[in-house]
Design a protein around this ligand. Structure first.
Ligand SMILES: CC(C)(COP(=O)(O)OP(=O)(O)OC[C@H]1O[C@@H](n2cnc3c(N)ncnc32)[C@H](O)[C@@H]1OP(=O)(O)O)[C@@H](O)C(=O)NCCC(=O)NCCS
Length: 239
């Protein structure tokens, strides 16, 4: 399809006003987002920059396809989505419940080497809730009980939020393979978690807090504070 598009676009650029000759059949075949980009470029007379427009259109097309695939994937895994979703490529395990608010972003790095966003509920009782406009970027969440993220939060790549220990911390080899302890995690509104941080079981992070990169958060974080380090300590109050 892209070869066809390229030929058509070059021909139009050489002879006619911008994009007016793109035939309607081709237009019908393109996803809505791509058609919109082409229409707006045509109306602003920027088709002379056709060489730049084609990669842009391809990027837009790929973005639409990734979003489409994400929506299918979420539906397949029984994830509840209230309103719009943004993002591309995630890993999902849903043995419990996953609830996403309006305009949640689930992004991974399609071309980079940082983590893929991953949401896992490991028991039938487990729930992950993510509030509106919160954005995960290469972030991993594991829940055996619950992880609640409120609205407008930002999560850096490589961050892990896990409400359980995965294994009991005991000496015996067999017992270490038993069920781990778990406790709910709650992350307030407008929290920013820097990259490669770890949030452990039972932690509550107050509204507007910031967790500096590479921190290990094992205790509650008061609202409106910047914390950092391993274990994370209060660095300062936020203005
Ligand atoms: C949170 C952050 C933005 C704060 O920046 P800042 O306000 O300029 O902080 P400063 O550099 O002035 O550091 C203030 C203090 O915190 C300490 N600190 C800063 N980052 C720290 C970290 N990641 N871990 C531990 N301590 C840290 C500093 O050593 C300094 O301590 P001092 O006062 O004893 O010297 C920054 O630390 C950070 O984590 N940046 C990366 C954010 C990120 O991950 N982005 C990508 C994903 S969204």
């Amino acid at each position: 399809m892209s070869r066809l598009l390229a030929a058509e676009t070059q021909e139009s650029a050489a002879t006619d006003p911008p994009l007016t000759r793109i035939n309607s059949t081709l237009r019908d075949k393109l996803p809505g987002a791509l058609t919109q980009v082409m229409a707006s470029a045509g109306s602003t007379g920027k088709m002379g920059a056709g060489n730049q427009l084609i990669p842009l259109m391809i990027r837009k097309l790929l973005k639409s396809l990734r979003l489409f695939a994400l929506k299918l994937q979420l539906r397949q895994h029984g994830v509840s989505v209230k309103g719009k979703i943004r993002g591309n490529n995630v890993h999902l395990v849903n043995r419990g419940r996953i609830e996403l608010g309006n305009n949640v972003g689930l992004t991974s790095f399609p071309d980079g080497d940082m983590s893929r966003t991953s949401l896992s509920t490991h028991t039938p009782e487990a729930v992950i809730r993510i509030g509106e406009r919160s954005k995960l970027n290469g972030t991993t969440i594991h829940a055996r009980e619950s992880v609640t993220i409120k609205s407008w939060c930002l999560f850096g790549p490589g961050t892990v939020i896990i409400d359980n220990d995965s294994h009991p911390p005991v000496r015996d080899r067999d017992a270490r393979r038993g069920d781990p302890a778990s406790a709910p995690i709650v992350i307030g509104d407008n929290v920013w978690i820097g990259m490669r941080s770890l949030i452990t079981k039972g932690v509550t992070i107050g509204d507007n807090a910031i967790v500096a990169a590479h921190s290990v958060v094992t205790r509650d974080v008061p609202a409106n504070t910047l914390v950092g380090g391993n274990p994370a300590r209060i660095i300062r109050q936020l203005d």
